[in-house]
Design a protein around this ligand. Structure first.
Ligand code: ZN
Length: 294
């Protein structure tokens, strides 16, 4: 049989106490005084989705007792769900391995934050050319949608993070989308690839860095000849490395900004792979922001 800890909990060792931390209420729901290190470690192992045969027989007995006593915090899952959940946790572990130094909270806190982010964030890829390779992003909740099919009235603007293929949208579509984003505090990342270069970013957060029409430099996404986009594996993997970082709570918890797109963008030449980084800033004379806020 396979089990997982419910989506909104994380088990934390706090001194000599084991706590069931509620990710939504951001507080412990249950604290158990436990001095036995072996039992403590078993509790912590149950953060990962599991099947009984993952554990030695002695531990299986203890786990059965835990499941019986704290059944409100766990659910039985199918094998398919187990595989899916394991992938999510692998995403979290891989992310922590390379990014833990960018946070001021401890590893357990980062894991809790990432679990909440990966479970709650819906990544919406806006493109009229369907060139994102969503197979790469397994483990995340993703969808690819044509701009005309996107109904912004039904979007959960807090928990949706957008990745926009700017090349495939018209300037009017980008302007409509930006008006919505700056007024609804939306997180969106722009991506573009053409024959010569890849542009990854900027990631804009509501009006924090202005809109796509603000900075002169952001015009890189606007004033170009609209044509066929070509998304290579490089652009997809650059998007992949940014995905968890631009989740709403993660991006604000990063004390060391190790993103390549938060309030900035990177232009990479496809001839020699030389990369240049540019910052973007709100512009007080921006016509789009002016008509939205005044
Ligand atoms: Zn603007």
């Amino acid at each position: 049989m396979n089990y997982k800890l419910l989506d909104y909990y994380w088990i934390i060792l706090d001194g000599s106490r084991i706590g069931f931390y509620n990710l939504l209420d951001a507080k412990y729901e249950l604290l158990l005084k436990l001095d036995n290190k072996i039992i403590q470690n078993i509790f912590l192992a149950l953060n990962q989705p599991f099947e009984f045969k993952d554990f030695p027989e002695k531990e299986q007995l203890i786990i059965r007792k835990i499941l019986k006593q704290y059944h409100n915090y766990f659910e039985e899952i199918t094998y398919e769900k187990l595989v899916e959940e394991r992938l999510k946790h692998r995403r979290i572990d891989d992310f922590i391995e390379t990014n833990h130094h960018a946070f001021s909270i401890n590893i357990q806190g980062i894991k809790a934050l990432l679990k909440e982010t990966i479970n709650n964030t819906s990544y919406c890829f806006i493109t009229n050319s369907n060139l994102f390779n969503l197979d790469l992003f397994l483990g995340y909740s993703t969808k690819q949608i044509n701009f005309d099919s996107l109904n912004l009235d039904t979007v959960d603007s807090v928990d949706t993070t957008f990745i926009v293929d700017s090349q495939s949208l018209t300037e009017n579509q980008l302007a409509d989308f930006e008006k919505y984003c700056v007024t609804h505090n939306v997180i969106r990342m722009y991506v573009k690839e053409d024959k010569e270069s890849i542009v990854i970013g900027p990631t804009l957060i509501g009006e924090e860095f202005g809109c796509l029409f603000c900075g002169e430099q952001s015009t890189i996404h606007l004033y170009h000849i609209k044509g066929e986009s070509t998304f290579t594996s490089l652009v997809n993997s650059l998007v992949f490395t940014e995905l968890l970082k631009i989740g709403r709570k993660v991006i604000s918890a990063l004390i060391d900004d190790n993103t390549i797109t938060k309030g900035k963008y990177m232009k990479i030449s496809k001839y020699n792979l030389e990369a240049e980084e540019y910052e973007v800033n709100a512009n007080v004379t921006c016509k789009l922001c002016d008509c939205v806020f005044n």
